[in-house]
Design a binder for this molecule. Structure first.
Ligand code: CP3
Length: 343
């Protein structure tokens, strides 16, 4: 047992009520986030200025007392640190210059950690600023998901550009995923050295892959990161989040070597309970139940607690909280989970 509940649960301890945090818990649904964002100027300034990044990471902890804080940054700082152009446009999300197969060989790894030093400084300051019992989560994007943005240059509904790139240029794809895996592992190790207790690997676009591609582009690169991190930090819990993996969630924990599984809301609770037999799961409330509130929210929370509540469970959403979510609904969700424990 440690002093941090999320760490203990990820390591397989059963705790009721489950500890809670939310993906994207620092974000536009909070007025104090919007104020900091305005002051910082741009989203990337927010990410790369430790004073601001620390402040917005702490905001949801102060307001709601979540059991974990997640470093405020973005998965796309990794391609940015590899020399790719990156900007965030209001209402459009991230924009990069699309990479072609020749560009993969020109990615530059020198200066990588210098570029990311503000992120490491943010983590160091956070560990000092957070309550002792609050787990600090570091993160990176999985190579496949980061590659989808590098290849298309922006978000797409089905990642067709990245899938086509992979089929047409298998060698360039392999090289890109390996570079991203090795740099991401180095990035996570620095976050852990700076004070992160746990790391999460976000594969938000795992769900668009066929079975063979899922093995090659999602499982294998994630395993490479996990093995690398474990050589230096064998006891730090690693959460893998292959969003949309469906039936391919079965066996994923073992194949990728992750400690815990992040589940999206489409994973049936019966399947989630099976997956929980092998270790901790995290999830998986539909974020739109949180937007709607009322009965839709209460029923969603109760269903998860009813089937997975005895643990090991880290209560979370099945994907990020959306900007239109009322703060009162977040309070209601937390109260319902914590009250269930008192009953
Ligand atoms: O969870 C947290 O509070 C930590 C911070 C965090 C952000 N992005 C901040 C952010 C984390 C963990 C991420 C991960 C991330 N970023 C993922 C994986 C998780 C997921 O949501 O699928 C992805 C795919 C990205 C790339 C990205 N960043 C997109 C597609 C967008 C635009 C969508 C949007 O919501 O605007 C972003 C921008 C972004 N990253 C915002 C935040 C708070 C909103 C930017 C703003 O303030 O204007």
């Amino acid at each position: 047992m440690t002093k941090r509940r999320v760490v203990d649960v990820l390591n397989g301890e059963r705790q009721f009520p489950p500890p809670i945090w939310m993906m994207r818990q620092a974000g536009r649904y909070l007025p104090e986030y919007r104020a900091a964002r305005e002051k910082a100027g741009s989203f990337l300034d927010l990410c790369y200025t430790p004073d601001f990044a620390v402040e917005v990471t702490l905001q949801p902890i102060r307001r709601f007392g979540f059991d974990a804080a997640i470093l405020f940054s973005d998965i796309l700082v990794v391609p940015h640190a590899l020399g790719r152009n990156l900007r965030f446009e209001e209402g459009r999300g991230p924009i990069l210059d699309p990479i072609d197969p020749d560009g993969v060989g020109r990615l530059k790894t020198e200066g990588f950690h210098d570029h990311l030093e503000p992120v490491y400084e943010t983590v160091r300051r956070l560990r000092g600023a957070l309550p002792t019992e609050t787990t600090l989560i570091g993160f990176c994007g999985a190579p496949w998901t980061v590659a989808t943005y590098m290849i298309a240059g922006h978000g797409t509904p089905d990642q067709a550009p990245a899938r086509l790139f992979a089929y047409r240029f298998p060698e360039a794809m392999e090289q890109l995923l390996m570079i991203l895996a090795d740099q991401s592992a180095a990035y996570l190790k620095r976050q852990i050295a700076a004070g992160a207790d746990v790391v999460q690997i976000f594969d938000s676009w795992a769900g668009v892959l066929d079975e063979a591609s899922f093995e090659a582009f999602c499982v294998a690169p994630m395993r490479r990161i996990v093995e690398d991190v474990r050589k230096s930090y064998p006891r730090v819990p690693i959460i893998g989040f292959p969003r949309g993996a469906g039936s391919l969630y079965g066996g994923f924990r073992e194949k990728a070597g992750v400690t815990a599984l992040g589940l999206d809301w489409s994973v049936p609770l019966t399947q989630a309970a099976d997956l929980q037999g092998a270790g901790a799961v995290q999830g998986n409330l539909d974020p739109l139940r949180l937007v709607a509130g009322g009965k839709a929210l209460d029923e969603g929370v109760d269903a998860i607690l009813g089937v997975l509540g005895q643990g090991p469970l880290v209560f979370n959403l099945g994907h990020g909280i959306t900007p239109e979510t009322p703060i009162a609904h977040v309070e209601r969700m937390i109260e319902r989970i914590r009250k269930a424990g008192a009953a």
